[in-house]
Design a protein around this ligand. Structure first.
Ligand SMILES: [Zn+2]
Ligand SMILES: [Zn+2]
Length: 90
């Protein structure tokens, strides 16, 4: 199930720095910041590797977090939430 919270940092996704991105092979979604951190854990290796913390699926040759597509379902949920909040508060 898609959640509005990143399961690594427990922060809510947003559309600037904590963009929700999908790990394409296993389908897990994490925020961009955590994906970058996972990538930076492997700086000793010349290859850019990332291991999904939930199922240990290995991704290789990751040049940037941009290779993982944005989870548009979560972006839509964020937009709906923002619209709702605006109509109540403003
Ligand atoms: Zn995160
Ligand atoms: Zn996974």
């Amino acid at each position: 199930m898609d959640s509005m919270l990143c399961s690594i940092c427990k922060c809510e996704y947003d559309q600037s720095i904590k963009v929700p991105r999908v790990l394409t092979n296993c389908g897990h979604t994490y925020c961009q910041m955590c994906i970058l951190k996972l990538l930076n854990n492997n700086t000793e290796n010349s290859e850019n590797k990332l291991v999904c913390p939930e199922d240990n699926i290995l991704y290789t040759d990751i040049t940037s977090n941009e290779v993982f597509p944005i989870n548009l379902k979560i972006i839509n949920m964020l937009n709906e939430k923002t619209n709702r909040n605006n109509s109540i508060d403003l």
